[in-house]
Design a binder for this molecule. Structure first.
Ligand SMILES: [Fe+2]
Ligand SMILES: [Fe+2]
Length: 282
């Protein structure tokens, strides 16, 4: 992760770009990566969150392209791997025993990246393992890390969790896989007052407001479409999306941007606004 020193006065507004499923090796249009980077840099975001599947087959040249893209962002970035970032099935030994070796060497060694600013905290967790095929997995030690990270923050902090795979089945997305131990992880996120989950994997852009039971904690799940690849799925087949998120003291907006191949630019297509949860001491 690119880092920046924590300086300056208290901030009350933040802007995050959320991109996912880049899939170098299956890029949809020759200039789409450049368009994406330019737009995000022009937006002056405070952070870029990348929720996995940087590559199509975890090949070195695909990781080099991903590293180059990350280096071209002006803002700091935080990234988690996806299932396509582990060694492919024909590299059986590496896939089982060191599935993210190339990711760790060429992108980052940090598999639970953190970003904190005054009033904002983002945690990434890895759900991509060699032994799981598609749904991903999150284990107990990662939930312990989640509790330690979010539990140390002031109540008023806006809390974001990013993970490649989904933590719950969303009706609007039809039948889809969710991570192994997703339910326990979502319950942990609710317990730790997470406001927003940023994920990907399904290649469909969708924003959902869910309540996690039994606590009833409300939480927004922003599932980004594929930002740059030709692997978009129904209803977003052959379509590319990313999100911009605006956080103020009272609200937060998730703004879906869709790529227009005619204009070679991403355009705002949907804005979902949610009230901030006021917590004790917040
Ligand atoms: Fe993907
Ligand atoms: Fe994936």
């Amino acid at each position: 992760m690119k880092t920046e020193s924590l300086t300056g006065a208290k901030r009350s507004e933040y802007r995050i770009a959320h991109i996912s499923d880049i899939h170098f090796g299956r890029i949809a249009h020759p200039a789409i990566v450049e368009s994406l980077v330019t737009e995000i840099n022009d937006a002056g975001v405070d952070l870029v969150v990348v929720s996995g599947d940087l590559t199509q087959r975890a090949f070195p040249h695909q990781y080099r392209a991903a590293a180059q893209m990350l280096a071209s962002f002006d803002a700091p970035w935080i990234v988690v791997p996806g299932n396509h970032d582990v060694f492919p099935w024909w590299r059986t030994f590496s896939r089982l025993f060191d599935p993210l070796r190339r990711y760790r060497r060429m992108i980052t060694d940090d598999l639970s990246p953190q970003f904190t600013r005054d009033g904002l905290a983002v945690l990434g967790i890895n759900s991509a393992f060699g032994r799981t095929i598609k749904g991903g997995r999150i284990d107990d030690s990662q939930r312990v890390a989640m509790r330690a990270f979010f539990g140390s923050l002031p109540d008023s902090t806006f809390r974001v969790l990013t993970v490649h795979h989904h933590l719950t089945a969303l009706e609007a997305l039809g039948d889809h896989d969710i991570a192994h131990e997703a339910e326990a992880t979502l319950a942990c996120a609710a317990e730790m007052n997470v406001d927003l989950v940023l994920c990907g994997h399904l290649h469909v852009s969708h924003v959902a407001h869910v309540q996690v039971f039994p606590s009833g904690h409300p939480l927004v799940i922003a599932s980004a479409g594929t930002a740059t690849s030709d692997r978009g799925r129904k209803p977003h087949k052959k379509t590319n999306f990313y999100n911009q998120i605006f956080i103020t003291d009272t609200n937060f907006d998730v703004v879906e941007h869709q790529f227009s191949p005619e204009g070679m630019v991403f355009e705002e297509v949907r804005r979902s606004t949610f009230p901030r949860i006021v917590r004790a001491g917040g």
